[in-house]
Design a protein around this ligand. Structure first.
Ligand code: CAA
Length: 383
């Protein structure tokens, strides 16, 4: 599949790049060191229309396309991987299920403020005993009168206490396995809904990640998303799209590390000439640029397929798998080019190296991406 980016997409790239360079880059080291969420910058995302990029204007979005969204995540991640995932989790995971599966009332009440950036979204799927095996959800939701009562814990949740609106998965009928899982829209402040401590993470430290704790949380019946038992499919199809966001994040992190390494290699002299002119380094740069180009093709074409309403689950898994694997390789090579100085705290390349790692783990480990890709190729295999 061939594609070219449009003038509008490239203008958006320029706008987000300028913002990331001027507003995020100067504080990225501090955000990382202090584990600090960039609240002021996220508020500016709203003014720029980033929080609802791919959603229709009638629901408060910018009415742009999926590729524009991927470009925005890429450009933020080029400077700070943590900031990239804040947008990705908000747009793909917190907002998308409401856009795709919500009824008109739910969209008006929840999608509009999310897309306008007045509220931040999050997605509660992962649990201590339901990581890769998302169907093992143990959180329960029991219907009592006009409310579902939720009990359980969700771990590793991006945006966590910084979010306001959560799409949470819980079993309404544990005997039915994946077919007993339902999706709910939960609001911060509902009684019994609290947060665990922030995780002290290796990377993406500007993003907030914590546990969601549900202790007899009464969620109004009208906050059921889709029908009872449809939750697992809602989660899976949401993740199909979310993986484009993570692929774009990985691409951006790697692009930033590559550009830093290229600039350094051109100016750093050893043996009487810039190291970029020494074949060992020149070949590394050539490999890095080639991998980035392949990854970009996969990410953008998955985004285009989604935009065109074509099947894209396999392509988004391929994009996420490849972009995250090469992000680790590219960041490793970039750090190698910097030598000892790249190993120091405060160096962008050191932070990129740490930020890149999570992209092979979350929104489905790369082992799970292979399960997904293989099931598209050869059909689902018996358990
Ligand atoms: N879209 C719609 N429906 C889907 C689907 C999809 N992409 N994938 C599966 N389904 C349906 C199947 O068709 C099946 O329905 P039927 O029984 O009616 O045919 C049903 O869902 C169950 O499917 P499976 O039997 O294939 O399910 P499984 O239990 O074998 O699990 C899995 C499949 C792919 C391994 C899945 O569990 C999975 O994706 N695991 C990874 C979870 C994950 O990615 N977690 C990320 C958490 S969010 C996160 O990380 C965000 C962050 O921090 C930023």
């Amino acid at each position: 599949m061939l594609f070219t980016t449009t003038k509008q997409q490239e203008e958006l790239r320029k706008q987000v790049r300028t913002f990331a360079e001027t507003e995020i880059k100067p504080i990225a080291f501090m955000l990382d060191k202090e584990n600090q969420f960039p609240s002021e910058q996220i508020a500016e995302f709203a003014d720029m229309g980033l929080m609802g990029i791919p959603y229709p204007k009638e629901y408060g979005g910018a009415g742009l396309d999926v590729l524009s969204y991927a470009i925005a995540v890429e450009e933020l991640s080029r400077v700070d991987g943590g900031t990239g995932v804040i947008l990705s989790a908000h747009v793909s995971l917190g907002s998308y299920p409401i856009f795709a599966f919500g009824n008109e009332e739910q969209k008006k009440k929840y999608l509009v403020p999310l897309a306008k950036g007045e509220k931040i979204g999050a997605f509660g799927l992962t649990e201590p005993n339901a990581g890769s095996d998302a169907g093992g959800t143990e959180t329960t939701a029991v219907l009592e009168g006009d409310h579902y009562v939720l009990n359980g814990n969700k771990i590793f949740i991006t945006n966590a206490d910084k979010a306001d609106i959560y799409v949470v998965f819980a079993s309404t009928n544990p005997e039915l396995g994946t077919k007993g899982i339902s999706a709910f829209i939960v609001e911060k402040g509902m009684g019994g809904f609290t947060f665990g401590d922030h995780y002290d993470k290796m990377g993406i430290r500007s993003s907030s990640t914590a546990e969601l704790i549900f202790n007899d949380v009464r969620v109004p019946k009208e906050n059921l998303l889709g029908k009872e038992g449809e939750g697992f499919k809602i989660a899976m199809s949401t993740l199909d799209g979310g993986r484009i966001g993570i692929a774009a994040q990985a691409l951006g992190i790697a692009q930033g590390a590559y550009e830093n390494a290229l600039a350094y290699a051109k100016e750093r002299e050893q043996f009487g000439k810039p190291i970029a002119q020494q074949q060992g380094i020149a070949f590394k740069l050539a490999d890095m640029a080639t991998k980035l180009r392949c990854a970009r093709m996969l990410v953008y074409s998955a985004a285009e397929l989604k935009e065109q309403h074509e099947p894209y689950g396999m392509e988004s898994a391929m994009a996420k798998l490849y972009a995250s694997d090469i992000a680790l390789e590219v960041c490793n090579d970039a750090l190698q080019i910097f030598g000892g100085s790249g190993y120091l705290k405060g160096m962008d390349v050191e932070r990129a190296y740490r930020d890149a790692k999570i992209t092979t783990i979350y929104e489905g480990t790369n082992e799970i991406q292979r399960v997904v890709i293989a099931s598209h190729l050869i059909g689902k295999q018996p358990k």
